[in-house]
Design a protein around this ligand. Structure first.
Ligand code: ADP
Length: 395
């Protein structure tokens, strides 16, 4: 079966057409500037990328353009839309309502809408994409795959904040966690790759990208994760602050004459490694800066790596041990310097690094030495494939 995987943002839409038997990507691309003007990127497997400007007043026109491109006479990946057996949609927030993926029905969508308040920037965009697909592909089964679902197994002690309990009761204020599709995929895949029994395993996944989060996975189930009510908590990220003393918000608001929205904008868009380095949110730029002697670029990489190591240490405590650690996502897969610095803090766990293996990037690889007490791996994430698999399993 061919599965169309859709990941809708507020003004963008990423897509992949995946054959579920071979797990090959038949075509992929994205729509950008939806609601502004519109740019479609389309790439059939084995061919060059095509970039076209085309009006996309709403997500519906964007999806129509994607479907047209998929069946285009010259570079289409399929002959007709009948060859799309199902659509898998990424949905950011499922609150406590969804502990796993779910087939999309009117009732299911109404439940997703109840979670909109928890992710006001993301969930409404996800729903627009789903409704557009329903209009354009009536009768094709669709599945929603939630970023939060994998983390729903966290125990109360991990998800409750030290806040008045009534905020949890009235508003659902608790830790939810994100990147769940990636944490689930990578933990399972690493267990397979290492020949471990996932039902008897202690795994830590470090998903380090532009947004970063870490999870503790005990016997295949998430028991803790670093992102919280929103994706702002946890590690310092490309532009997000991660954990800070909450009192900093009032202090900065007064000093800089900002309201709550102004402070949130700073914490979401101007902080993290961008804020520390004053140079960039991209680790490639930070590495270049560091090589040129820029001390703030070096500080940004140090702060990030130190915090990753501290989270790993805390999750070793949460699980009373660890068997294997996975590095994944843009930074985790491609930045040997970050992995080296993180593992430099973990000698007490009996971790020893294979420097030669750690200099590589981007493929399943063990980067610890054979005698290391904990296995450390690079495991490239593949959220689209994970969504396609979930979709096939449910339809
Ligand atoms: P997201 O999905 O959160 O947007 P990714 O997981 O794709 O992010 O990660 C993107 C980040 O990965 C970039 O901002 C950059 O910091 C980092 N990155 C990508 N390639 C490299 C590389 N070759 N070396 C170092 N860092 C890289």
């Amino acid at each position: 079966m061919n599965v169309l995987v859709i990941n809708c943002g507020s003004s963008s839409l990423k897509y992949q057409l995946i054959n579920s038997e071979s797990e090959a990507v038949l075509a992929k691309g994205l729509c950008e500037r939806i609601g502004i003007d519109g740019v479609l990127t389309y790439q059939k497997a084995g061919l060059d990328k095509e970039v076209t400007e085309a009006a996309m007043p709403t997500h519906k026109e964007a999806i129509k353009l994607v479907l047209d491109a998929l069946v285009n006479d010259k570079t289409g990946a399929i002959a007709s839309l009948e060859e799309v057996g199902a659509v898998g949609h990424r949905i950011v927030h499922g609150g406590e309502k969804f502990a796993s993926s779910a087939v999309i029905t009117d009732e299911m969508l109404a439940t997703v809408e109840e979670c909109n308040e928890l992710a006001p920037l993301h969930n409404p965009a996800n729903l627009i994409g789903i409704n557009a697909c329903k209009d354009l592909m009536p009768g094709v089964p669709m599945v929603g795959v939630f970023d939060t679902a994998f983390h729903q197994t966290m125990p109360e002690k991990a998800y409750l904040y030290g806040l008045p309990h009534e905020y949890y009761e009235k508003y659902g204020v608790r830790r939810y966690g994100f990147h769940g599709t990636s944490h689930s995929f990578v933990s399972k895949h690493m267990a397979d790759f290492l020949g471990m029994d996932i039902n008897n395993s202690k795994i830590i996944v470090a998903h380090l990208g532009n947004g970063s989060s870490i999870s503790a996975v005990l016997n295949g189930k998430c028991v803790d994760t670093s992102m919280g009510l929103t994706p702002l908590e946890g590690l310092p990220m490309g532009t997000r602050s991660g954990d800070i003393d909450p009192a900093i918000m009032e202090f900065i608001a007064k000093k800089e004459d900002l309201d709550i929205a102004g402070v949130m904008n700073v914490l979401n868009k101007k902080s993290g490694v961008l804020g520390i380095s004053k140079v960039s949110s991209d680790f490639r730029d930070l590495e270049d800066g560091m090589a040129e002697g820029n001390k703030l670029c070096e500080a940004a990489i140090e702060v990030f790596s130190y915090k990753v190591a501290k989270y790993i240490g805390s999750y070793v405590a949460a699980m009373n041990g660890v068997d294997a650690i996975a590095f994944t996502a843009g930074v985790g897969e491609n930045a040997p310097i970050v992995r080296e610095k993180v593992m430099g803090y973990l000698g007490y766990l009996g971790i020893a690094v294979d420097a030669e293996a750690n200099s590589k990037r981007g493929k399943d690889l063990v980067i610890s030495t054979p005698d290391s007490k904990v296995k450390v791996c690079i495991i490239p994430t593949n959220e689209e494939l994970a969504i396609a698999r979930e979709t096939v399993a449910l339809v």
